[in-house]
Design a protein around this ligand. Structure first.
Ligand code: ZN
Ligand code: ZN
Length: 291
């Protein structure tokens, strides 16, 4: 049975004194209780499955397969059906404002959803986690070799989210709904599916990206290169949103994820990976990409 002192031990490898101070103040825990060891730790990431830099150039794991293309096509079809149903319903009703507002809400909430999901798989679980184990492993590999995402082929990069969107949205498309509901579904699911493409562009070099993409990044419509670069720097616990990044300032400023991490820690004893030292699995290795 676990003693009160071990149950309430705070994590000892927090990234900064500032964080420790804030946590102790928020929880009114005296500094003396902050000792090493204690509660269970979230699974340390296994050695990343992504290919090492030397193997990147011709690595088959970065190529798209017909299965990848099939899932991305199915996801796009699900989004297209929702968009067409929304347009048809809007034409029939003569109402445009509602679906446009719903589409804007879908775009904004997709950014928030991408952040929550990214935070979850960056910090908890491992390769053996049901359903999302492969995504967790892939994101750990991404933290180690971030630039490989720019060499990943389109369908290879999007197929996991394409599959999720296809499975979740196609049945929903079959139900009758008003223009606003279908507009929300189409934009939300579309942005979630393409968030990995926006993410890849955020790792791109400005001179190599299409001018329109750079313009959208600079306007804040898509996640910017500058903002996402901060996610890959210590203390590795912010800027999780990867659609537009519009939520990042709010979430990081109000320490929303840190609060959620504390709730999970005190409820279950599981620490997020971001509380650990940014050792090998988090730290970017030398970039061997060509100029
Ligand atoms: Zn991440
Ligand atoms: Zn990234």
């Amino acid at each position: 049975m676990c003693s009160i002192s071990s149950r309430w031990q705070l994590p000892h490898k927090l990234q900064s004194r500032r964080r420790s101070r804030i946590l102790r103040a928020a929880l009114q825990v005296p500094p003396a209780i902050v000792t090493p060891g204690g509660a269970a730790v979230a699974d340390r990431p296994a050695p990343a499955a992504s290919p090492p830099p030397s193997a990147v150039a011709n690595n088959q794991s970065l190529r798209s397969t017909w299965q990848h293309r099939g899932w991305v096509t199915a996801g796009c079809a699900a989004v297209a059906v929702a968009a067409v149903k929304s347009a048809a319903a809007a034409q029939e009703s003569g109402l445009l404002a509602e679906p446009l507002i719903a589409a804007a809400a879908g775009y904004l909430l997709a950014d928030l959803g991408s952040g929550v999901y990214h935070w979850g798989i960056d910090n908890y679980g491992g390769a053996a986690t049901p359903l999302v184990g492969a995504q967790i492993e892939a994101f750990q590999g991404h933290h180690r070799w971030p630039w490989t995402i720019t060499r990943r082929e389109f369908a290879n990069n999007l197929h996991a989210l394409g599959k999720t969107v296809a499975v979740a949205l196609l049945p929903f498309d079959l139900f009758p709904g008003n223009a606003a509901v279908h507009a929300f579904a189409a934009v939300f699911a579309g942005c979630i599916m393409f968030s990995q493409q926006f993410h890849a562009w955020a790792h791109g070099t400005k001179s190599r990206l299409p001018a329109a993409v750079v313009a959208l990044q600079d306007a804040g419509v898509l996640i910017s290169r500058h903002q996402h670069a901060a996610h890959h720097r210590a203390p590795y616990n912010g800027n999780y949103c990867i659609v537009s990044g519009v939520w990042n300032e709010f979430l990081d400023g109000y320490k929303v994820f840190e609060a959620m991490e504390m709730v999970i820690f005190f409820k279950s004893g599981v620490r997020p990976r971001s509380w650990s030292e940014p050792e090998s699995a988090w730290k970017e290795e030398d970039d061997e990409r060509s100029p």
